[in-house]
Design a protein around this ligand. Structure first.
Ligand code: UD1
Length: 423
């Protein structure tokens, strides 16, 4: 199996260009099935999850032309589209569920085996289904008990839907489905993540009428048809946050380019609380961890605009070496502390109790053999490896390949001592 070897490194210095957002591009790719015309998506990151989504769309009958060297994908879903998403692909990526609403609109039916992806909690889809049922979709309850979503609909009708929790995936599936439903849909307690706004912008370019994306109430007026368009994906705020932590944990000085500072408010605020100096320049965010002592701070993850759960493990990496103890509370996923065991192998001595982790801080970490337990946790153990004595060997790095474009090259350009070893 491929692995990373990470050595204690000099402070990261230089500049890094952030790639297009994984979590924005996946729903946008799913949305291309809503038209028979060709869509061009630009700034697409070259990632395993993007490959899987391309394969899924091709399998469903779309023509996909992928040029990831130039970060571009063309998708034309003309002709017959299949209603069944193959299990082999769906099990590789939870985001496959995003085609649920689009398949219903294109074919009147959708059959999807409940998805895999990162093993961070139960990750159910009842909110997606509740929303679709309200729009007039019939769900086969017997199949659901067997882990298969088998949904049918002759026609979708707009209505008011209240989400019990602002689920990102449910919000995206419902927006897509409501775009071509009859009448007006109002989605209350919707997720407000920037990736939702990017999807709504894409759909609106296609001819949809969506208002309020980025707030907790989204109004969608159904239209008759959508057309093919070209779209640039927003930059990846989680990749940006990961490199920002990399700059601070190594006491470095890095210019992080191609970012939207507004999307990073919570991360910027927390890094400043730790003592990092962060300033906006014409070229990007200048992040300095080389000026002050890095001190601890407490963190609680929340839906956007709160502190992102996807930044919890990279930030915890920083807290293991910051001065003083800190508390991290995870409220979005119920099982997202698997990286704690890996940090502890390196000497972090973190204790957890339910959704709460207590990090003593002030630790001199030791390199160890660790596992990338999920996508973000994988990046997090690489960050700790940069400041640990000796060598850190990270396995199961396919998780990292799912979500970080050219991770090793970007880190090496900043001076990190990391290399990838293939089998
Ligand atoms: C998306 C992101 C993921 C991020 C997460 C939260 C993508 C491809 N992935 O995942 O990186 O960590 O948002 O910001 O965009 N839930 C339910 N019932 C449901 C749906 C969700 O209880 O029907 C719960 C989940 O179990 C989880 C929480 O809601 O505890 C958040 O899930 P959700 O917002 O749906 O995350 P994803 O869309 O899967």
């Amino acid at each position: 199996m491929a692995k990373f070897l990470v050595q204690k490194s000099a402070p990261l210095r230089g500049e890094v260009k952030i790639s297009g957002s994984k979590n924005a591009v996946l729903p946008i790719m799913a949305a291309t099935l809503l038209t028979e015309e060709e869509c061009t998506i630009k700034d697409v990151p070259a990632l395993r999850d993007v490959d899987v989504m391309c394969e899924l769309l091709e399998n469903l009958g779309a023509t996909v032309n992928k040029d990831l060297k130039n970060n571009r994908v063309n998708i034309a879903a003309e002709g017959d589209i299949s209603y069944e998403a193959p299990f082999d692909l769906v099990k590789m990526m939870r985001a496959s569920i995003l085609v649920l609403g689009t398949l219903l609109l294109r074919t009147g039916r959708a059959v999807i085996h409940l998805p895999g992806g990162c093993a961070i909690g139960k990750r159910p889809v009842e909110l997606h289904l509740k929303g679709l049922k309200a729009l007039g979709v019939e769900i086969n309850e017997d199949q659901l008990l067997r882990g298969i979503v088998d949904a049918k609909a002759d026609e979708l009708k707009g209505c008011t839907i209240y989400l019990d929790f602002p689920s990102v995936g449910a919000t995206e599936v419902i927006i897509m489905a409501a775009s071509l439903a009859k009448g007006i849909t109002v989605l209350e307690n919707a997720a407000q993540e920037p990736e939702i706004v990017d999807l709504a912008n894409f759909l609106n370019k296609m001819g949809a009428r969506i208002k309020g994306a980025g707030t907790d109430t989204i109004k969608i007026e159904g239209v008759e048809r959508l057309k093919g368009v070209s779209h640039h994906v927003i930059p990846d705020r989680i990749e940006a946050g990961t490199f920002m932590v990399g700059a601070v944990i190594t006491r470095g000085n890095v210019l992080v380019k191609n970012i939207v500072p507004d999307h990073l408010k919570a991360v910027i605020a927390k890094l400043r609380e730790c003592g990092a100096e962060i300033s906006m320049t014409d070229e990007g965010l200048r992040v300095r961890g080389d000026v002050n002592t890095i001190v601890s701070t407490d963190v609680k993850t929340l839906p956007y605009p709160g502190f992102p759960t996807d930044m919890q493990s990279p930030f915890m990496a920083l807290l293991t070496v910051a001065k003083g103890p800190s508390v991290v509370i995870e409220t979005v996923f119920e099982n997202r502390f698997m990286h704690v065991g890996e940090f502890n192998r390196m000497g972090a001595n973190i204790k957890t109790d339910g959704s709460c982790a207590i990090i003593p801080g002030d630790k001199s970490l030791q390199g160890a053999q660790v596992v990338a337990t999920d996508l973000r946790a994988g990046a997090a153990v690489v960050l700790t490896g940069l400041v640990a004595e000796g060598t850190t060997e990270v396995t199961q790095i396919y998780h990292i390949d799912r979500g970080y474009e050219n991770f090793v090259d970007k880190l090496r350009t900043l001076g990190a001592n990391i290399m990838r070893m293939e089998d």
